[in-house]
Design a protein around this ligand. Structure first.
Ligand SMILES: [Zn+2]
Length: 240
């Protein structure tokens, strides 16, 4: 084969492969670089600030992003949050399609279904989990009010809430007994986040899978999320 023909064929082949390659990669969202725990918290803090400061980007909410995600997803964090309509994680963290993996259930409890859902995404590459409680949580409040007060009887939680009560009772009781803050409900919200985070550390085999677990409390008044990590002690004071 003459040299010129050979070179021409190689050039055509390269062009075809480059074209196909670029087409394939253009259709798939690349796996993001692995972030540290601190980087994830910073990313969430910055995103939350965009929200409460009225500077949301609304990124990743268009048709191009939808197409990128047809075959795969690489959310940088999983969020276990309450079902409360005032606390949608995608909104308060200014995130779009494929950015965060959200599991929502009243009281952000670690039900077996919630754990299984989180376990799924952890096994598929997401190494950070945020447990997000919020101010004035109705589920926590219901359980708190069901406890017998100093005098008289508590208001029994509805029967349909029993499975939630079972999961919320221990941290809510602890919060009331310790009365760390004047606001017992807020203390119970925080204690519940801590309790769930501790439980997830075991359920998700955090050490083996190298998962980090972050706690958070969303403030309905300001729109701000306070984060905490580490030894899973309640933070020293409420933010307002
Ligand atoms: Zn709630």
């Amino acid at each position: 084969m003459p040299l010129q023909t050979y070179v021409r064929r190689i050039t055509v082949l390269c062009a075809v492969f480059c074209f196909l390659g670029s087409g394939v990669y253009a259709q798939q969202a690349a796996a993001p670089a692995e972030l540290t725990n601190e980087q994830v918290v910073k990313k969430l803090k910055d995103a939350n600030e965009r929200y409460w400061d009225g500077k949301m980007t609304h990124l990743h909410q268009d048709a191009d992003r939808r197409k990128e995600l047809i075959d795969d997803q690489h959310p940088f964090v999983a969020v276990l949050s309450c079902a409360d309509s005032r606390v949608p994680p995608e909104v308060i963290f200014d995130q779009g399609l494929g950015d965060i993996f959200v599991v929502r259930v009243a009281g952000n409890v670690a039900s077996k279904e919630a754990i299984a859902s989180l376990r799924y995404i952890v096994e598929h590459g997401t190494k950070h989990v945020l447990v997000l409680g919020h101010e004035s949580c109705g589920a926590v409040k219901t359980v708190l009010e069901s406890l017998p007060p100093t005098k008289g009887k508590g208001v029994a939680a509805p029967a349909y809430m029993q499975s939630l009560v079972n999961l919320l009772l221990t941290p809510v009781r602890k919060a009331r007994e310790e009365s760390r803050f004047e606001d017992t409900l807020d203390n119970a919200v925080r204690e519940n986040v801590v309790s769930v985070a501790r439980g997830l550390a075991v359920s998700l085999e955090a050490l083996r899978t190298k998962v980090t677990i972050i706690g958070g409390r969303y403030d309905l008044h300001s729109g701000k999320v306070q984060f905490w990590t580490g030894a899973w002690q309640p933070p020293p004071a409420a933010i307002h």
